[in-house]
Write a protein that binds this ligand. Structure first.
Ligand code: MG
Length: 252
């Protein structure tokens, strides 16, 4: 009875107009925010980008991508069967456009038949920003049964953060990355005002939870920041024929 009475009383207090509230009871309308209304977005799926996304690769052409070494040249990778595949030795590719903060979706697939081991087995990478050149790499690598240093395995922020879990699918299967990227901010004098932050899901599983990056990824030496502004997103040619599809980004 008491609990029922309690529910009724709560309901009554919400229904009362603000003028009827006594001084000790806050008006719920005081904490309601009505504007601005969030834009309406049609959700996507694994095969369709949301309605407000910028599609970076739709399976048909690589027009949004250029050679990272020579950005005036087209990307030299292979577009076939709805996928964009690393042409080993042709070099990294990067987006024509530059970005600051964003949400990104990308699907990747390792060759079904892999050779090599460790960092030499199905290696590519999603550089969340090229930064000043080295960039910030979310690693792509075979992680089915492939020993390597954990801060260099798939879904690691290379040489900075191991993934929270290993959410890998088998080589030859399509896998997903969903990333929230907050770019670093710098002062006019180049001083770091706030580091980059990354939240990432691998195959829908949280692997990086708002980690603060220590700088651009380096193969050797400690990561470090140098001032940069909006920058392209880059995909790595590490010699393995890794494929990509359904890449889209929502600048924030
Ligand atoms: Mg890599």
């Amino acid at each position: 009875m008491l609990s029922k009475l309690g529910v009724v009383m709560v309901g009554l207090s919400i229904a009362l107009p603000a003028a009827a509230q006594d001084g000790g009871t806050p008006d719920p309308k005081g904490t309601e925010v009505w504007t601005p209304e969030p834009a309406r977005v049609v959700p996507g799926s694994t095969s369709r980008a949301p309605s407000d996304a910028l599609v970076l690769f739709d399976g048909k052409d690589a027009r949004e991508w250029v050679s990272a070494a020579a950005p005036t040249k087209a990307a030299g990778w292979i577009v076939a069967d709805g996928a964009l595949t690393v042409r080993g030795g042709s070099g990294d590719i990067q987006t024509r456009r530059t970005f600051t903060d964003y949400q990104l979706h990308l699907e990747w697939r390792l060759p079904a038949r892999l050779t090599g081991s460790g960092q030499g087995r199905g290696n590519s990478g999603l550089f969340l920003s090229t930064g000043t050149g080295n960039g910030y790499e979310l690693q792509i690598l075979d992680c089915g049964d492939n020993q390597t240093y954990v801060n260099g395995q798939a879904a690691s922020i290379y040489k900075q953060y191991a993934p929270l879990v290993n959410a890998c699918a088998a080589a030859g299967e399509w896998q997903t990355y969903d990333v929230i990227w907050t770019a670093p901010r710098f002062g006019d004098d180049g001083a770091l005002l706030s580091p980059a932050h990354v939240t990432a899901l691998h195959n829908g599983v949280l692997v990086q939870n708002h980690v603060a990056l220590r700088g651009e990824s380096l193969h050797a030496g400690k990561p470090a920041y140098r001032k940069h502004g909006p920058a392209p997103i880059r995909l790595q040619d590490h010699g393995d024929a890794v494929s990509f599809r359904n890449i889209w980004v929502r600048p924030l």
